[in-house]
Design a protein around this ligand. Sequence first.
Ligand code: MF3
Ligand code: CO
Length: 249
Amino acid sequence: MIILKRPEEIEKIRTSNVIVADILRELKEKIRPGISTLDLNRYSEEMAKKRGAKPAFKGYRGYPFALCTSVNSEVVHGMPSTRVLKSGDIVSLDFGAHHQGYYGDAAITVPVGEVTPETLLLLQTTEQSLYDGILQARAGNRLGDISAAVQNRVEAAGFSVVRDFVGHGIGRNLHEEPQIPNYGVSGRGIELKSGMVLAIEPMVNAGTYKVRVLSDGWTVVTADGRLSAHFEHTVAITKEGPVILSLGN
Ligand code: MF3
Ligand code: CO
């Protein structure tokens, strides 16, 4: 069942998402060669606390950290560690906040130091595919319009879309219906309605779309060891069109 949100609820979901966006921006400013992903995790927890929000992922299905940090060939759910970032790496920062009963969820992938033009193209294409998907998040469109828009952008650039993980509805729960695949056929799927709030999150691989989960039970990596990028926004479908809730102050 898809839970539609009233405008007052959407404003509360926005509040949680602004906290997430502000934290991601501050983390991005800290990214430089020499910082560890555990340092970033610590900052994210401190910043959430200062804002009066709870890190949404910590304890979720037993996940032990506030932040997901997925480096290079890690796709999503990478766990913070003493691993130190070095120039040429890319790191996905995925953070969720719970505040006054509502969840926020967003992610960015950030280059560390100097990266190759091919790597930059992967990041730019993934972010652009997210915006292409968001533009389709309109009442009267179908879910497949979002999925196809993401997939088209990604594949036109010669990259591939991860199949095994999807975006999701969000609100009083971190994960609600519908699931939002990043591949699909326009005109297919459920009809989108005003009041839906969606976390759209393309995961894009440089090589094969195939992934596997490491023995830690969390870290998802590309099957071929090549790079992967991830961007996520929480978006409300309104009468005025799509509204990105995870934009910072
Ligand atoms: N943004 C991811 C999601 O929406 C992060 C979940 S990590 C977890 O699923 F630890 F909470 F599972
Ligand atoms: Co999400």
